[in-house]
Design a protein around this ligand. Sequence first.
Ligand SMILES: Nc1ncnc2c1ncn2[C@@H]1O[C@H](COP(=O)(O)OP(=O)(O)OP(=O)(O)O)[C@@H](O)[C@H]1O
Ligand SMILES: O=c1ccn([C@@H]2O[C@H](COP(=O)(O)O)[C@@H](O)[C@H]2O)c(=O)[nH]1
Length: 338
Amino acid sequence: MSPSTTHLLRTSQLILRPQLLSPQRTRAVRCFTTSPPNASRLRQPGEPTGPNEPPSHISAPRSKSPLKVWPIVAIFVLGSFLFKKIVDQQKEQGAYKPQGPANNRQEVRSIKMPAISNLGATTRTSPLWSPDKVTVIFVLGGPGAGKGTQCAKIVSDYGFKHLSAGDLLREEQDRPGSEFGEMIKTYIKEGTIVPMEVTVQLLENAMKASIEGGNEKGLFLIDGFPRKLDQAHAFERTVVPSKFTLFFDCSEAVMEERLLNRGKTSGRADDNIESIKKRFRTFVETSMPVVDEMESKGKVVKINAERGADDVYEDVKKKFAERGVDPVKLTFVNTQNA
Ligand SMILES: Nc1ncnc2c1ncn2[C@@H]1O[C@H](COP(=O)(O)OP(=O)(O)OP(=O)(O)O)[C@@H](O)[C@H]1O
Ligand SMILES: O=c1ccn([C@@H]2O[C@H](COP(=O)(O)O)[C@@H](O)[C@H]2O)c(=O)[nH]1
């Protein structure tokens, strides 16, 4: 029995001890429990209740019927147990606060949320890396603006490691045994933003692996991130401050056409008109404030993304040069005379 149960038992026994009841009530209890049905006269106060009982003024008898106490004790114990269970359950669910457009919240809430608050990256108080050692360029733009297409070109000329937040989330979603898989799946289908603890942790893990695997210069293009202000703040506070944000500006009509085209072969669960509309809305409501904040700090490089992919890339190279980002110098080794 737990200490709290013992305490409850003691408390309820104390409350029910006859000497603590009102005199009127005490008398009624005694009469009911001790008087034989054929008693010829009423007992006098203090008179022993039976041949083996002491007079009541010598010591107060405990309730003679434990059956009367136990149901109350049992209700107390059961009640406390149920109350504790409900509180624990609410605590577990309360660690997570669903976000995103109101019309998506109902569905997102119905999923059991894993204990994402246990993820460590976003709890640090200072950045893991200095911007002198690790260079991060965020790549933003609406869905289908051409971020991935441009990142592939930049990687081959500039030696950056390309990390797509969406790809990392899809990978985690498909990883057997992932406690976040179901949650990520719903967010992606609804076009809403996965809680930043998960995404920042995935990015940090991928960056560490890349640096350990030979990306000694620590050059990263982080594509499709940060999609929300809390992500931007958490990443820059705990991982590394970004150099700037490359923003691909494109109209919804053009992006929609591109995405529907891509949807014919991509196999992505969100390349359909319903998800595309939701993603557009999330982009305007949630991601544009990130671009606006970065712009207010002079950290946005804006590119018109409505032209052909090669023309867009020419602009990227020009703007990179203006920001002091140079292509990697390829060294050709003559192997003929070696
Ligand atoms: N400048 C362009 N002109 C025409 N088509 C393009 C251009 N850039 C990319 N595309 C095509 O548009 C589609 C979306 O491009 P991409 O995957 O690069 O966009 P994204 O911004 O990374 O999208 P998402 O955010 O959904 O991942 C692809 O099919 C791609 O081939
Ligand atoms: O930081 C992020 C990035 C992405 N998501 C979710 O993934 C999908 C797909 O992202 P793409 O960049 O288009 O591949 C996006 O709609 C979000 O649902 C995210 O939650 N957080």
